[in-house]
Write a new protein. Structure first.
Length: 466
């Protein structure tokens, strides 16, 4: 089989469904996730569903099957729209049969041969499979979240099928090396668009990868604001609330230490940390050692409905993010957006994209990382000033509405995908979806890309693959 060219099909505003192994509707682009849907990445679900609401229909692939994952926050109809890949042995057999039938591009066959037993080979098998499904659907672009498995599959889709690909970089996926051949350097060099979720990381990527600077764009994660606009309820003692996995970069050990300082001063408060993770035993031991078990609670995994309920009772949202020993860190923690939408003032740290969310002195207070004494002072200042807490909470809601509403962020992403020539043309969207100018820029991008592809058709294997 000859290599597939990136020839765009026509897109229609139809909600696609899987039908066995075939695709029964035409889509605008593909989304390739490692796991979808999953309760740990609800922002991805919001983005996909808002794209659909705005008229862009993604063909959705998930490398891992999440249908047995608990808790299940999502409607059955969403799972039915996801094309879950076969498990590893069945996928390898599918590729073997397709190869014997001469149904795969030559680049897939050659790459499988040259790759040998090096790590991450499954990304090539996944790309072989997804590429065939994308061809059936008339889709020639894939987008992924995180510079991880999905993005690496996108890279192979480009190499083997001449499809375009883009990805959204978040935090540790772009801060910490993955230790694979198709690494961040290759993704940045070959992606047709790189989206990232803060101005901090956009600037960081542009500095580290100057050759890709013109393709890096910032789009904040989107939030369903109204879901978090709960009725405020005052409780005694006042509630300090934090949400996140029990891992180093969340800085929970600093929060527990800060709580011990507050207790030593005789302050009345209750601190609840919702989340689970590998540091649970270590944090429980710290709570016992510092004698704060009567005011600090590790609540474990908590359903979002309960989190929203607790936000309604929260006086101060606390998240003392830190840089991990290997350089990993939070970038734009969604939980801060959620607290702002619930009109809760935030105390956090000056780290990565956090200051883009928490406007210091306006929607909350920020301190330097790993300074629990300073963190305690910031919390104490807000405990002492109910009027300030109220003003910051109202300002936080307005900031969240302006910057992080899913309708705003998804529209920004849609314009970028269209203007970079990555979304199948749709006359209805161009006319009525506010994307006419973006489609005009798309035509110029695609003309340039077609000229470039002529030089790529018969390129040799890269040296690192031989």
């Amino acid at each position: 089989m000859k290599r597939a060219g990136a020839v765009p099909g026509l897109g229609f505003r139809l909600r696609g469904r899987r039908n066995g192994d075939s695709i029964d509707a035409v889509h605008h682009l593909a989304y390739v996730f490692e796991r979808f849907p999953t309760f740990t990445q609800t922002f991805c679900v919001r983005e996909v569903m808002e794209l659909e609401r705005q008229g862009i229909e993604p063909l959705i692939f998930s490398v891992r099957d999440t249908r047995d994952e608990v808790p299940r926050h999502f409607p059955e109809e969403l799972y039915q729209r996801v094309h879950f890949l076969p498990e590893e042995k069945k996928l390898i057999e599918w590729v073997k049969v397709a190869k014997e039938r001469n149904e795969l591009p030559q680049q897939v066959v050659l790459s499988l041969r040259h790759w040998g037993e090096r790590p991450d080979k499954m990304r090539l098998y996944e790309a072989a499979y997804i590429g065939r499904k994308m061809m059936e659907a008339g889709v020639a672009h894939s987008h992924s979240h995180f510079a991880g498995i999905g993005a690496r599959v996108g890279w192979w889709l480009k190499y083997c099928y001449d499809f375009t690909f883009s990805f959204t970089g978040h935090a540790n996926d772009i801060f910490v090396s993955a230790g694979v051949d198709v690494n961040l350097d290759r993704l940045m060099a070959d992606a047709d668009l790189v989206v990232t979720v803060s101005d901090y990381t956009a600037g960081d990527l542009k500095r580290r990868f100057p050759g890709a600077a013109g393709r890096v764009e910032r789009v904040y994660n989107g939030l369903e604001i109204d879901r978090f606009r709960v009725e405020r309820r005052t409780t005694q003692p006042p509630l300090l609330f934090g949400v996140g996995r029990l891992i180093e970069k969340k800085g929970w050990d600093d929060l527990i230490t800060a709580c011990s300082f507050l207790k030593q001063k005789g302050r009345a408060f209750r601190c609840v940390i919702a989340g689970e993770g590998p540091l649970e035993e270590e944090l429980r031991a710290q709570i016992a050692q510092l004698g704060v078990g009567d005011c600090v609670e590790l609540a474990g995994a908590t359903r979002q409905e309960r989190i929203i309920e607790l936000l309604g009772e929260t006086e101060i949202f606390v998240l003392p993010c830190v840089t991990e020993k290997d350089g990993g860190k939070d970038n734009l923690p969604t939980v801060l957006m959620e607290a702002m939408a619930a009109r809760v003032p935030c105390v956090s740290t000056r780290l990565a994209g956090v200051p883009e969310m928490v406007a210091e002195g306006e929607t909350g207070l920020l301190v330097d990382e790993r300074k629990p004494a300073d963190f305690a002072l910031a919390v104490e200042r807000l405990l002492d000033d109910p009027a300030l807490r109220l003003r910051m909470g109202e300002a936080g809601l307005k900031r969240a509405q302006a910057l992080f509403a899913k309708e705003v962020t998804t529209a920004q992403l849609a314009r970028l995908l269209v203007s970079h020539g990555l979304v199948n043309h749709d006359a209805a969207l161009a006319a009525g979806g506010g994307l006419g100018g973006a489609y005009a820029r798309q035509r110029l991008k695609r003309a340039a890309r077609l000229l470039r592809f002529k030089g790529l058709r018969h390129r040799r294997q890269p040296d690192w693959l031989e």
